[in-house]
Structures are given as C-alpha cells and as structure tokens.
Design a protein around this ligand. Structure first.
Ligand code: GRG
Length: 309
C-alpha cells in the first residue's frame, strides 16, 4: 500500500530554525539506522570492515539531505530512511576506495586510521564493494510505503550517480589531472560536479522521488543541489588549506602536496569564498516557492559555507 503524503500546512507563528539542534537530532537518527542496517555475519571480518568505516562518524550530510527533501515534498522520514542509509553506504565506499594507496593514499579518515590501514588493501577494496552492493539491496528490499516505480527510479538514479557518468568518471579525471596545475575551470568543474556534486544531488533528488514529487519540484531541487554541491567542494578545497588535521579528521594540505588544481589555486582564497557564497545564495533562491518547511534545506545550504570541518 502506498502511504498518503503529509499535509503541507504551515504553523501560524514560524519558530526560528535551530540548525545545530536539527543536525544533531538527525545525525542521531541516521546513526541508529546505519547501526541497524548491517549485522555481523560470516565471514565476520568483512562485516566488521564495512561497519568500521560506515559507523566511523562523519557529518551524515547526504542522508540528512535526503530525509529533509522527502519531508519537504510531503513524504515521511520512514519512506526515505533506507535510501538515506544507502547514500551513506555509497559515500563511505567512495571514501574507503579514495583513501587506498592506488588512489589518494591517505592514512586517516573521520579521525581514525583508514580502512586499509586497519584491514589491509584487499579487505578494504572488498569492504567498499560490499557496501556498494548492499546499498542497492537495501533500497530495493527495505523501502516501504513507496510506489514500486519510484523505488526503481531511485535505484536507477543511484546507479547513474556512482558509475562512469558520476563518481567513477569524476575520480578518473581527478587522477588524470594530478600534477597538472594548469587545468581549466571547466575541467575542475567537471571533476567536482561528478566526484562530489553528483551524490549530493542524488541525495536531494531521491528524497523528492520517494515523496512522489512533481517534475518541476524535482528540477528546482536538483538545481538547489547542484549549487550546494559545487559550494561544498569549494569550501572543501579551502578547508584543505586553512583547517587542521584534527578539525578535518584526515590529513590536511593534501591537495598542495599532490599538486592538485583546486578552486583556491585557480581563484585564490577570497574569491573562492565569494564564489561559494554566491552558489549558496543561488541554491536558496531555488527554494523561494516553499515556505518555512524548506528551512532545513536553506539552513543546510548556509552551513555548507560556514562549516569548519
Ligand atoms: C562509487 C563505484 C564508486 C567508486 C568510487 C573513489 C571514487 C570512485 C570516487 C571518489 C569520490 C570522493 C571521495 C569524493 C570526495 C567527496 C568529498 C568532498 C568527501 C567528503 O565528504 P564529507 O565532508 O565527509 O561529507 P564526511 O566524513 O563528513 O561524511
């Protein structure tokens, strides 16, 4: 049975939205759902490796975006939670593989030794593969009260996002661009819209699909997500220069060390900050049709440029 959507009514006196509290609450809910999503089975080692990275913390931005968008479009948290968990499984998988010696070769992630440092390269590759496959199984088997055609649309959107048209393609161009400080703004934008932006966009779009949103809403929310996705990466590049290892939970200064072209290397720190703010303003402008129920998405957009980790 397909569950009825919630009524889109607004309270008479809008309360001031407390983003910190909202993020904290949503993080707790997502942590609990992730913890319950994968049980240890035989062979224990692979499940432990998958759980080690999945439950290592992180901002949980992608699941929170998915839940917030489903809510905005009149759906419920329960409808979106399996997809929210799957997004975090895919994100975690991409971090595990990105940290491997054959890729970015990093020793720390989310304040802990990287997966391959604890379990070895072989198990880390397989832990990533296990998380990626399970993400799709999880959406297909655990999503309730959503029309089957919308579940299929979500599975297709996730597949498109992780493949050569998304994360994989962005990562390949990123690897090819290493050591080339003269790459163009267009190439840099291609790398980041695919490597970083695509999964953030999928988080928002899938949340909307699960709530059976109209195509105009999906298009608008997609543009919101594209803008915050690029802003997120610009701030990521800035933090790689300005933040500490402790703040980031990973090695800072890696971009300079690996001779990677970044937004600050292209535009400087100040112009990069201004660009990120402009993108966030454009993202928020896409939400002008929605009332205070879009406050979480507006606040998340603002958080993206003010975050320090
Ligand atoms: C998906 C099949 C498949 C392969 C992966 C390795 C790879 C191909 C892609 C790399 C993707 C990647 C690591 C992009 C960087 C995205 C990014 C800015 C990550 C940091 O995200 P945060 O700050 O991290 O949200 P937390 O730890 O808070 O979740």
């Amino acid at each position: 049975m397909v569950q009825a959507k919630k009524q889109l009514t607004e309270p008479e006196t809008p309360a001031i939205f407390d983003l910190n509290n909202y993020l904290k609450q949503q993080q707790i809910i997502v942590e609990q759902a992730l913890d319950q999503s994968i049980a240890i089975a035989r062979p224990e080692k692979i499940y432990e490796a998958m759980r080690y990275s999945l439950l290592a913390g992180g901002k949980r931005l992608r699941p929170i975006l998915c839940l917030a968008t489903c809510d905005l479009m009149g759906g419920t948290q329960a409808m979106a939670m399996p997809t929210a968990c799957a997004l975090e499984m895919i994100h975690t998988m991409s971090l595990i593989h990105d940290d491997l010696p054959a890729m970015d070769n990093d020793d720390f992630r989310r304040g802990k030794p990287t997966n391959h440092k604890v379990y070895g390269d072989d198990i880390a590759i397989l832990a990533g593969d296990g998380l990626l496959a399970y993400a799709f199984e999880y959406v297909a088997t655990q999503t309730n009260n959503v029309a089957p055609e919308n579940i299929i649309r979500v599975v297709a959107a996730l597949g498109h996002t992780v493949g050569a048209a998304g994360l994989v393609g962005g990562q390949v161009l990123d690897l090819e661009s290493e050591g080339k400080l003269d790459i163009t703004a267009e190439t840099l934008s291609f790398i980041h819209t695919h490597k970083t932006g695509a999964l953030l966009e999928a988080s928002v779009v899938c949340g909307a699909i699960l709530a059976n949103a109209e195509s105009e809403d999906i298009a608008r929310l997609s543009r919101y997500a594209q803008n915050i996705g690029l802003a997120f990466q610009i701030i990521d590049d800035i933090l790689d220069i300005t933040a500490t290892d402790e703040q980031l939970g990973k090695t800072a200064g890696k971009d300079l060390q690996a001779q990677k072209a970044t937004y600050p290397s292209l535009w400087g720190l100040e112009k990069s900050r201004l660009k990120a703010q402009e993108l966030v303003d454009s993202a928020i402008a896409e939400l002008s049709n929605y009332g205070i129920q879009a406050e979480p998405l507006r606040a998340i957009a603002n958080y993206i440029v003010t975050r320090d980790r």
